[in-house]
Write a new protein. Structure first.
Length: 271
């Protein structure tokens, strides 16, 4: 047991030395694909209708992102797509999707730009440190040999910018007690390559001894499809800078309060 611990410690020491000795930077393109979940309502639909719904939701189920990175910083930006059916961007879905994302692993911070109902927010907070469990299983992603890692991450850390109408359901005393006893965790599976020795990755994921090329969470998979490495000079990374500064928890509270207001206004009109 002590031998394995020493080997792991030595591995990270060597990895850190490698990071400091080399200036690795570049850009990686990721395709995000999510499985469509329609629940009980979807079970009643015909196959033809399901295909129509899938076509309508395509922009939300399939997205393209670009990760620009160097040894210390990264940005993760979505490429905007036009709705093939309406010819417009998906503004409503955009309210509850990840905005322009910046992380600095040296300063332990994230900056994320979010827009909600015409108001721009600049979410600034500490990076969540993922406690990875690294395995020996390998696979190839493109020309890179990748190793598997797994983690259990608090669900709230992965979806603080998202929203569900179920979030507005009144909390019972039992719900409060259950929350105190056990916080909901999400299983995260990642594949990283030590061939690109930066501790970066897409979205919220980082902290492994190599660039993360694939992440699977719930019904969504992020897969790297293209990498351009630049070892000659460091890629300049800029954090978003416009918007009202706010923390993750305060942003979540602000959005939910607005949604409660919208729901109450709608119910009032119906009454």
């Amino acid at each position: 047991m002590k031998s394995n611990t020493y080997k792991l410690f030595l591995f990270f020491v060597l990895f850190t030395m490698c990071l400091n000795a080399q200036k690795f930077s570049g850009k990686a393109t990721y395709i995000s694909k999510s499985k469509m979940e329609l629940g009980n309502w979807g079970a009643k639909l015909s196959e033809a209708r399901k295909k129509q719904v899938a076509a309508r939701l395509k922009n939300r189920l399939e997205k393209t992102y670009v990760l620009s990175f160097n040894n210390q910083e990264s940005t993760f930006l979505e490429e905007e797509k036009i709705d093939a059916i309406s010819g417009a961007t998906d503004s409503w879905g955009g309210y509850f999707s990840r905005g322009d994302h910046y992380k600095n692993i040296k300063e332990n911070k994230i900056v994320q730009s979010q827009e909600f109902y015409g108001k721009r927010f600049l979410v600034k907070d500490a990076l969540y440190r993922v406690e990875w469990s690294m395995g020996t299983e390998t696979k190839k992603i493109g020309q890179y040999t990748c190793y598997r890692a797994k983690a259990f991450v608090p669900s709230a850390e992965l979806s603080w910018y998202n929203f569900s109408w179920s979030d507005l359901r009144p909390k019972t005393n039992k719900d409060s007690e259950d929350k105190e006893i056990e916080e909901k965790l999400t299983v995260v599976e990642a594949w990283y390559t030590p061939q690109i020795p930066v501790s970066q990755g897409p979205a919220e994921y980082w902290g492994l001894p190599g660039l993360i090329l694939e992440v699977s969470v719930d019904n969504t998979t992020l897969l790297c499809t293209e990498i351009v490495i630049n070892q000659e000079e460091n890629t300049d990374i800029e954090a978003p800078s416009k918007g009202t500064e706010i923390t993750k928890s305060d942003y979540t509270m602000t959005v939910r309060e607005k949604m409660v207001e919208m729901r109450n206004n709608r119910m009032g009109r119906r009454g």
